[in-house]
Design a protein around this ligand. Structure first.
Ligand code: GLN
Length: 487
């Protein structure tokens, strides 16, 4: 049952076959059984979960169900929640309690969801493997010697292992889509500006966006319909964003006549042969479903990783200056003076990868280097955006692999940050362009899940949902579950 989709669970709640309390108990049991091995959750308080579930059952009895009534949703440790700690998996925020709920959390609560614990992630969302977490690595349920992807690794693992039916993630350069791909689930990064960033701990403000991580495309649409919406308290949340009929788009399950672009820069030497094969077969399936597949080019793709790894650390270096031992979290013992407090607090509180980002970002922004690095990266960003605009003049959506490789072994890339960064080659460009992207399962290579990535023009998430749900219905990847913990 814990592998059921949100829509299946909703039907069970509506028919009375389950209550919010019985569901919460079943998932808590599953977490109890698996979390010591997988390390997907860094905090979960059974009493808090059951209290919310009981309140939901009471609400349903008197008012009827809201859109997510009684459904347990796991929350990445980057979202501020009034209940429980919000630590961004960093020692600098150990024990930190947020004074308010993130906008997205408020929307979830108003829709009747049961907040189901905090999930593991790379420290401050900086990473692609969940190995930079101060709480230790999370493991991939398909092979526990491997990483689940990152930074939203705990959320992906929780859903893939049936420890939660759905989870929230954030995506700055692929952190929803890449772990979704590596764990065999579905995840959507909406158009930049569709989801409020208020109360989501900032990494790179011009790139960060929250989104759903679920089993099915329909569940992604359901959760997105609750998460998305204008917030006047976040200046980057767009007030007049074109509306999407989230569930209607899914119900269409149609890609007849759809023009799919196959960007040649996303099918490169060095990617796993098994990934290539699974994605090529998926493209063939789309053709059979009536889509027209057209070769396109996004010529500036090879510069995307370099531009991102200048822009994101630059923004991070500014955002993370607030952790100074004065206002948030950790403060060093017995500082000699103010400078000593700042230096030792930050030295003790931040992990190696976060320090690396702060150093490179500060360097790129420093006078004398600003033009050569930051400004140059911004110009590349404009070229990347223009590549997409030109491609979308010819096609409706783009279809690519999500990651060039399947889940790698824990420890395999930790000594070489550059190879780790290169694993983001297919997810980063669309963050730089602000576009929506979805990853869904499209098969296996050597027993490990492979992800298929759909990219649409800004605000056209409905095109992605219609196509992805048609593909999902034509295949049986949704029913595949890992052996870990039993099925
Ligand atoms: N892996 C990328 C990074 O390390 C993306 C992370 C993210 O999307 N939060 O920056």
């Amino acid at each position: 049952m814990t592998y059921a989709t949100l829509s299946e669970l909703r039907a069970q709640l509506d028919s009375g076959a389950q209550t919010a309390c019985s569901l919460a108990e079943a998932y808590l049991e599953r977490v109890q059984a698996l979390n010591a091995e997988l390390n997907a959750f860094v905090h979960i308080d059974a009493d808090e979960v059951l209290e919310q579930a009981a309140a939901s059952d009471t609400y349903r009895a008197s008012h009827g169900p809201r859109p997510l009534e009684g459904l347990p949703i796991a929350i990445k440790d980057i979202f501020c929640t009034q209940d429980g700690p919000t630590q961004c998996c960093s020692n600098i925020l150990k024990g930190y309690r947020a004074p308010y709920d993130a906008h997205v959390i408020t929307r979830l609560k108003e829709a009747g969801a049961v907040l189901f614990g905090k999930t593991n992630m790379d420290e401050f969302a900086m990473g692609s493997s969940n190995e930079t977490s101060a709480f230790g690595p999370c493991r991939n349920p398909w092979d526990t010697t491997r990483i689940p992807g990152g930074s939203s690794g705990g959320s992906a693992c929780a859903v893939a292992a049936g420890m939660a039916p759905a989870a929230l993630g954030t995506d700055t350069g692929g952190s929803i889509r890449q772990p979704a791909a590596l764990c065999g689930i579905t995840g959507l990064k909406p158009t930049y500006g569709r989801v409020s960033r208020r109360g989501i701990i900032a990494f790179a403000s011009s790139l960060d966006q929250a989104g759903p991580m679920t089993r099915s495309v329909e569940d992604t649409a359901l959760l997105a319909s609750v998460m998305c919406g204008h917030d006047s308290a976040d200046a980057t949340s767009v007030a007049d964003a074109p509306e999407v009929d989230w569930l209607g788009a899914c119900a269409a399950r149609d890609m007849k006549g759809l023009k799919i672009g196959r960007p040649r820069e996303y099918f490169i030497d060095g990617m796993d042969a098994g990934v290539l094969q699974a994605v090529e077969e998926a493209i063939e399936t789309c053709r059979e479903l009536g889509a027209e597949v057209i070769d396109v080019s996004l010529p500036h793709t090879p510069a995307a990783v370099a531009a991102y790894y200048v822009i994101a650390p630059s923004e991070a270096s500014a955002n993370l200056s607030r952790y100074d031992g004065v206002r948030f979290g950790h403060r060093c013992e017995a500082p000699e003076d103010l400078l000593d407090m700042y230096t030792r607090t930050r030295d003790e509180g931040f992990g190696a990868e976060v320090k690396r980002r702060i150093l490179t970002g500060s360097f790129a922004l420093s006078s004398g280097y600003y033009d050569a690095y930051y400004l140059k990266a911004q110009k590349v960003r404009t070229l990347i955006r223009q590549d997409f605009l030109q491609a979308f003049a010819q096609v409706d959506v783009l279809l690519t692999p999500t990651s060039p490789v399947t889940a790698f072994h824990i420890g395999e890339k930790t000594d070489d940050p550059l190879t780790m960064y290169l694993a983001d080659v297919f997810t980063i460009a669309l963050n730089l362009a602000g576009l929506p992207g979805l990853s869904q399962p499209c098969g296996f290579a050597d027993g490990l899940p492979v992800g298929l990535q759909w990219i649409a023009p800004a605000w056209q998430e409905d095109r992605i949902l219609a196509a992805a749900s048609a593909y999902e219905a034509a295949t049986d990847w949704l029913s595949q579950t890992p052996a870990t913990g039993g099925n």
